[in-house]
Design a protein around this ligand. Structure first.
Ligand SMILES: Nc1ncnc2c1ncn2[C@@H]1O[C@H](COP(=O)(O)OP(=O)(O)OP(=O)(O)O)[C@@H](O)[C@H]1O
Ligand SMILES: [Mg+2]
Length: 251
C-alpha cells in the first residue's frame, strides 16, 4: 500500500529568538511526503529551506506544529533519516573510510568494512577508502557525504542543496547518480535546490516556497517519464511554469 503520509508536516512554524527581534522563518507549513517519493523544494535564499530540513533531521527541536515520520513524532536525530549538507562536512583528519565509519552505529569490523565498501561503490568511489578529503574533488567529497548519509540505510534522505557548489557538468552527473541510488535503494528523497531545472529533472513533485517567512506557495506534480529529456517540450513547459511561480514575487 502506498504510504502517502510517510512524512507528515502539519502547520509547522519556526521562530528564531534573538535578543532584540525574533525572526519568523517558517509560517504554517503543511506538507506530506509519500514513501519512496522524490520531493524537491525550491525557494528564494533565506526563505527557510535549511530550517525545514534541520527540523526534519531532528537537529532543531524548537518549533510549533507537528512533524512526524511513519506516524512517530520526530524528537531528535534518528538513523532512519540521513542528511547531506551543501558543504560535505567531512572531517579532514580522517580518511574516507573513517569518515563513513564515524557515522556507522552498529556492526562488527567485517560488517562495517563491507558496508563502507558497498556504499562507496554505490556512489562510484570504490577503492577510495584510504584517501583524505583534501585529496578529493568537490564532487567526490560530496559523494562521500552521500555515502556517509546512506550507510545506516535510512528510509529518508534529506539533501540541502547538495550539488549547489559544484560545476555544471559534475552536477549533471551527480543528478544521474542520485536518481540511480533512489531507484535502487527506494529511499524517500527530500531535496532542497535553487536550481529549477534540477528540481524538474529529479522530482516527482516540486514544492515552491514563498519568501521569508517561508510558506508553501505552490506544488507541482512532475508527471514526466524517466529518464527525462531536459530539452523536451514537456520538460520545458513544466520548468517554465515553476519558473513563473518562483519569480512571481519579484516581477
Ligand atoms: N540560527 C539562526 N538564528 C537566527 N536566525 C536564523 C538562524 N538560522 C537561520 N536564520 C534565519 O532564518 C531564515 C531562514 O534561514 P534558512 O537558512 O533556513 O534559509 P534558506 O532558505 O536555507 O536560505 P539559503 O537558500 O540561502 O540557504 C533567514 O532569515 C535566516 O536569517
Ligand atoms: Mg539553506
Amino acid at each position: 500500500m502506498k504510504d502517502n503520509n510517510h512524512v507528515a508536516i502539519t502547520n509547522l512554524s519556526k521562530t528564531y529568538k534573538k535578543q532584540n527581534s525574533d525572526v519568523l522563518a517558517l509560517n504554517g507549513i503543511t506538507l506530506n511526503v509519500s514513501r519512496n517519493e522524490f520531493l524537491c523544494i525550491v525557494g528564494a535564499s533565506g526563505c527557510g529551506k535549511s530550517t525545514l530540513l534541520r527540523i526534519l533531521s531532528g537537529l532543531d527541536k524548537e518549533y510549533n506544529g507537528s512533524v512526524s515520520v511513519g506516524g512517530t513524532k520526530i524528537s531528535g536525530p534518528g538513523l532512519e533519516r540521513g542528511i547531506v549538507f551543501q558543504e560535505h562536512r567531512l572531517l579532514p583528519w580522517l580518511t574516507v573510510r573513517d569518515n563513513i565509519e564515524f557515522a556507522l552505529q552498529t556492526g562488527t569490523q567485517a560488517e562495517k568494512a563491507n558496508l563502507i565498501a558497498g556504499h562507496l561503490k554505490l556512489v562510484g568511489l570504490a577503492g577510495f577508502e584510504k584517501a583524505y578529503p583534501n585529496q578529493l574533488s568537490g564532487g567526490m567529497a560530496q559523494r562521500v557525504a552521500i555515502a556517509r548519509a546512506l550507510v545506516n540505510r535510512p528510509d529518508i534522505l534529506l539533501l540541502d542543496e547538495p550539488f549547489g557548489a559544484l560545476d555544471a557538468l559534475t552536477r549533471l552527473k551527480l543528478q544521474q547518480q542520485i536518481l540511480a541510488i533512489w531507484e535502487k535503494e527506494k529511499t524517500t528523497m527530500i531535496m532542497v535546490t535553487h536550481d529549477i531545472e534540477e528540481a524538474v529533472f529529479l522530482g516527482d513533485r516540486v514544492v515552491v516556497m514563498s519568501e521569508r517567512p517561508g510558506t508553501i506557495k505552490k506544488e507541482f506534480e512532475v508527471d514526466l517519464l524517466r529518464p527525462r529529456n531536459r530539452s523536451g517540450v514537456a520538460f520545458q513547459q513544466v520548468r517554465k511554469e515553476i519558473y513563473r511561480e518562483f519569480y512571481a514575487d519579484l516581477m
